[in-house]
Design a protein around this ligand. Structure first.
Ligand SMILES: Cc1cc2nc3c(=O)[nH]c(=O)nc-3n(C[C@H](O)[C@H](O)[C@H](O)COP(=O)(O)OP(=O)(O)OC[C@H]3O[C@@H](n4cnc5c(N)ncnc54)[C@H](O)[C@@H]3O)c2cc1C
Length: 394
């Protein structure tokens, strides 16, 4: 790695990229920082886009990370509406859309993720959308009160279902598996979410896919695998997000699963780090993982700033996630991963939705969560990563 660092370029101005820029200044880096964002908006966070902003309870501007002046005050050259197209590692330059070449001494890749699509359902005239950006959220907000078909029972699908019900919309939620989130949460906890949505009159169709969408005479119909032919106004595809690996892949730093980084968030090129949703990280305890959560984007961004400046410490923080749906709030710590779990240890009142859940593999607690038990997060953090012997009685 070269010693002199005059300029650090950051591709992606989301939570990871912007927190990295802030942390570079907090660590005393006095050189040039260029923060590139493909969207026209000032950097913002995404969780409110499926919650308060989607419901119109908070202004879109409230999701902004900093006011416009802050970037100039920090000496951060924020360039919005600018896409980095090529990384020339040999020349240590980033080629921007429009042809400008930007030299770097260190480069951070924080391009985030893109929602997966179902192209065969995107027929002309039909309103088939996804939710990732502030513009997506504004467009969906105006349709929440209509007849909404949500494909996918992941976190985004469930949060939008809750928002749409609060807005008075009619919601059909088509979930491929036997229960939403069963792979992550296990049947017992997944059932809590299924019951919650059914109690709020979401038409939850489990074991159901959408086979075909037709748009004829101004009407959209969706044919479900259970045989129903449903007339809808809007279809939201919420089937997860894939890491945005271009232009890192073309530079030999990424595959389809993400931009591979070591424990300290450094890529195979010692002058280039990655953080946030796009980073496929070698976690010291959990092995290779890619985490698309708010907390990881912030903390990896900050940590990557240290690595860019020559730090070697591993990023060892456990993944953390939260969601709010109706009157259910939860916080989740840990990672079940591809190896899964053997059993779920439940403590508290599950039907009353005031409980903690611990996912156990062998003798280890691999993840933990509380539902509406806000004082319990410290206990959850303490127990995850430890032995089952430490778990409280049911
Ligand atoms: C609707 C929604 C709700 C969510 N709710 C929660 C929640 O409740 N809890 C939780 O933990 N997490 C939640 N998340 C996940 C969380 O928002 C993400 O993990 C986080 O935004 C990731 O930050 P990031 O900086 O890695 O990527 P992003 O936020 O995606 O930012 C990356 C930015 O880089 C830009 N970019 C990409 N490529 C280029 C390029 N070549 N040149 C220039 N710019 C580029 C993109 O346009 C984008 O603006 C939610 C996500 C969404 C979409």
């Amino acid at each position: 790695m070269s010693q002199q660092i005059d300029r650090i370029v950051i591709i992606g101005d989301g939570l990871a990229g912007t927190n990295a820029a802030q942390s570079l200044r907090e660590r005393g880096f006095a050189g040039s920082i260029v923060l590139l964002g493909a969207e026209e908006h000032l950097p913002y966070e995404r969780p409110p886009l499926s919650k308060a902003v989607l419901l119109g309870e908070a202004e879109p501007d409230s999701a902004r990370l900093h006011p416009r002046d802050w970037y100039a005050e920090q000496g951060i050259d924020l360039r919005t509406g600018v896409r980095a197209e090529v990384i020339d590692r040999a020349a240590k330059e980033v080629l921007l859309h429009g042809g400008e070449r930007l030299a770097y001494d260190r480069l951070l890749l924080a391009p985030g993720a893109q929602p997966r699509r179902l192209p065969h359902l995107e027929v002309p005239g039909a309103d088939v959308c996804r939710l990732r950006t502030i513009d997506d959220s504004a467009a969906l907000k105006d349709r929440l009160a209509g007849r909404l078909l949500i494909i996918g029972g992941g976190w985004i699908g469930l949060e939008v279902a809750a928002a749409a019900r609060r807005a008075g919309g009619r919601v059909t939620l088509a979930v491929r598996g036997a229960l939403p989130l069963a792979g992550v949460l296990g049947d017992e906890v997944a059932q809590v979410f299924a019951d919650l949505h059914r109690e709020h009159d979401v038409d939850l169709r489990t074991g159901t896919t959408v086979e075909e969408v037709r748009h004829v005479e101004d009407r959209t119909r969706a044919r479900l695998s259970d045989g129903e032919d449903l007339e809808v106004d809007t279809i939201l595809v919420g089937i997860g997000a894939a890491p945005d690996v271009e232009p890192a892949a073309a530079a030999g730093l990424a595959g389809p699963d993400g931009i591979a980084v070591d424990a300290a968030l450094r890529t195979a090129d010692p002058d280039i780090c990655a953080a946030g949703d796009a980073a496929l990280h070698e976690h010291p305890q959990l092995g290779r993982i890619r985490v698309d959560h708010w907390d990881a984007a912030i903390e990896q961004g900050r940590h990557a700033a240290g690595t860019l400046l020559g730090g070697q410490e591993p990023y060892a923080r456990l993944p953390y996630f939260f969601t709010d749906q109706y009157d259910l709030g939860m916080e989740y710590v840990g990672h079940v991963g591809a190896k899964g779990f053997d059993r779920v240890h439940l403590v508290g009142d599950v039907p009353g939705r005031l409980f903690r859940a611990y996912w156990v593999r062998g003798e280890s607690v691999v993840a933990g969560m509380h539902v509406n038990d806000w004082d319990a997060i410290d206990e959850v953090r303490r127990l995850v990563g430890g032995s089952v012997a430490g778990l409280p009685a049911r």
